[in-house]
Ligand binder design. Structure first.
Ligand SMILES: [Zn+2]
Length: 174
C-alpha cells in the first residue's frame, strides 16, 4: 500500500500537461524530454527511421532514455509524444566528422520525427505513411519559416538512420 501511494505521488509529480502542436496527431506523452529549449530557436527538423515496431512503447520505456516529438506509423498514424516547446532526446550525439560538430546540443534546436520502418530500416515506406509525413512536415514548415530539414545520419555520421530508400526529397518538397 505504501509503495502504491509512493508510486502515485511520483506519477503525479512527473505529469506535465501540454497541448498538441499538430492537429493531425494523437497525444501519447513520453517522459523523456527536458523542459524548454535553453533559449535556442528551432531551426532544424531531423528525420529518423526506427528499425522495427514498438516505437511509441520504446519512447515510454524508462530504460530507453530516447524520444522524438513525433512518430509516424506505417499505417499513416501520427503520434506526438513531446511538445515542440520542449527538448526531445533523439539527436544528442554528434560525431566529430559532422558539419554540426561543436554547436550546442542539436536536441535543443531541432524537432524530431521518427518514421517506423522495418527491422533493417531499408523498406520502401508505405505511401500512406509518406503522405502522413508530408502533411506533418508541411505543417511544421508553415509554422517555422525557413526551417532546415536534415537526417539523423548528418549529425551521427555512420548511423543507419533514417536508412536506405528513405524518400527524403519528398519531405523536403512538402
Ligand atoms: Zn535516428
Amino acid at each position: 500500500m505504501k509503495l502504491i501511494l509512493l508510486l502515485s505521488i511520483v506519477a503525479i509529480a512527473s505529469v506535465h500537461s501540454w497541448t498538441l502542436d499538430y492537429a493531425g496527431a494523437k497525444q501519447i506523452s513520453s517522459p523523456h524530454f527536458n523542459r524548454g529549449r535553453q533559449g535556442q530557436a528551432i531551426t532544424c527538423l531531423v528525420l529518423h527511421g526506427t528499425a522495427g515496431g514498438g516505437t511509441i512503447e520504446w519512447f515510454q520505456n524508462p530504460t530507453s532514455k530516447v524520444s522524438a516529438h513525433y512518430v509516424v506509423g506505417q499505417d499513416g498514424s501520427v503520434t506526438q509524444m513531446v511538445s515542440e516547446d520542449d527538448t526531445a532526446w533523439h539527436n544528442g550525439v554528434v560525431t566529430t566528422n559532422s558539419q554540426f560538430y561543436g554547436r550546442p546540443n542539436p536536441n535543443l534546436w531541432c524537432i524530431g520525427i521518427e518514421f517506423s520502418r522495418n527491422i533493417q530500416n531499408n523498406n520502401v515506406m508505405p505511401e500512406v505513411q509518406i503522405q502522413a509525413g508530408i502533411r506533418l512536415v508541411a505543417d511544421i514548415k508553415r509554422r517555422y519559416k525557413g526551417i532546415n530539414i536534415h537526417t539523423h545520419d548528418q549529425f551521427s555520421v555512420g548511423r543507419t538512420c533514417p536508412g536506405p530508400n528513405f524518400p527524403l526529397a519528398r519531405f523536403k518538397n512538402a
